[in-house]
Design a protein around this ligand. Sequence first.
Ligand code: HEC
Ligand code: HEC
Ligand code: HEC
Length: 475
Amino acid sequence: MVKYAYNLAFTFSLLVSSLSAINANAADSDTSRAIEQGKYLAIASDCAACHTNKDGKDFAGGLKIISPVGTIIASNITPSTQAGIGSYTEQQFADAVRKGIRKDGANLYPAMPYTAYSVMTDGDIHNLYEYFMHGVEPVNTPAPETALPFPMSIRTMMMGWNLLFLNDKPIASDNTQSAEWNRGKYLVMGAAHCGTCHTPRGPLMEEENSKFLSGGQVGAWYAPNITSDNESGIGSWSKEQLVQYLRTGNLPNKAQAAGSMGEAVEHSFQYLSDADLNAVATYIKTVKPISTEENKGSRFNQGAPGTSLDDLRGKSSQAIKDANLEGLSLFQGNCASCHEPLGEGSKDQYYPSLFHNSVTGSSNSNNVIATILNGVNRTTKEGQVFMPGFGHHPNDINNLSDQQIATLSNYVIATYGKSDKKVTAQDVATVRQGGPASYLVLVARIGIIVGAVVVVILALWLYVRRARKTKNNLK
Ligand code: HEC
Ligand code: HEC
Ligand code: HEC
């Protein structure tokens, strides 16, 4: 009897322990699935673009984001309790990522793109949290403190800007559209934040929602109109072409990704699953078409093979003058070795054709200048594509002056693209310094900060006025 009871107890305890083992295993695999999905989301959201410094440890922060109002330093977001976010609860993490509020209650500067991440679901935030807590190595070196000049040093000031521009409601699912479309919209608005670059900004540097994806300047580069407009946007692209461009950064005889788009492809978009890339493309193809003056006339089919010096033999002196001989010789000397003397590129299009190319075919000549100055350097699973820059190395034989680049750009645009706007040396100087009204490439991404200053001044003014009124009323 005793033995039987003992056996029963033993069997029971075995059962309990194996059940709890199953439970523990289930919990383990839940956690590891969350970590896996969180890692994928961190890549889709490109957290590393700012939180991993050049040659630094993963997510240890320290990258200096230079803005018109001062330098903002990206935080250490490793799970270190002293130096990182190791002591953040999931709720505090959610508030930082979606509302721009730090653990100590202070507001983050919008250099952290919480206005886009605000649409992330609780489930995705949970997975991101699990990844940052358990899938990232803690680094115990704190990132340097951000010290902006007054009044930007007062973080509460950011509340005014948030009141105006932070939409922290989740995206409502649209039942008239497919699950794929809804997934695409969620990614485009949130993690992949296409609008951060492709939507023009308003007077307070907020994204102008009524002009969603119709083109914006991002530092030295121009992010073109990617609405579904046939002429100004990418309405003529198939869904498959858009997927190919996002995965590889190259669509032969149409477009290549350089600058910040090249970086987004390299660090983020190329790793998206086929399902997610298709979802993004499905949604983008339905974005309201917007016709923009800057992009009139499709930029994908402009131009034709160029002329060579032989073509000019026996021409009148006026024809030779019109031909921009200096531009031609700069082209032959610096560009023809790769893009071929007539600009048709190499057979395999590793060196792309310069006609039927969105950069030369755009009415906005900004990216012709940016390409010549900065070159192209993009690594994907397909390998590396590299074009040297011609304007950033004072001691380099490749170094061209602003005037030379303007002359060369005008030649390239007139010969291979759309020649309705002349490039001046001043235009080149502007792109060389990192774009209009900013001094570095990242500035436009975080240009919203300028808006915050204006809001601060406005708020102060209102406050002072009200205080004066109250004082006057008391008199
Ligand atoms: C475009 C640059 C950029 C990207 C992309 C970015 N961040 Fe940030 N993040 C920042 C900057 C800059 C700060 C510090 C801002 C400040 O000091 O006000 C910050 C702060 C934070 C903080 C607050 C930490 C603290 O205590 O200071 C968290 C948490 C955070 N980011 C998480 C993330 C996650 C998760 C992602 C990806 C989903 C991400 N960030 C993507 C720029 C970025
Ligand atoms: C960090 C800024 C940034 C982000 C984020 C970004 N883009 Fe871009 N995009 C650019 C820039 C700059 C260019 C121009 C690149 C060039 O011509 O070399 C560009 C070019 C493109 C082009 C080619 C257009 C043409 O005419 O050549 C497409 C299509 C595109 N982006 C789609 C997207 C989509 C879809 C997303 C979101 C999933 C996205 N981009 C996110 C900056 C960005
Ligand atoms: C060493 C070879 C090489 C030289 C020299 C070179 N390029 Fe390129 N160029 C490339 C490569 C590679 C690409 C990128 C292809 C890709 O993105 O898939 C490129 C891309 C371009 C683009 C498209 C950029 C974009 O963002 O879509 C333009 C325009 C261009 N080059 C113009 C020029 C001009 C003008 C010169 C002369 C100043 C020049 N290139 C010199 C190799 C070269």
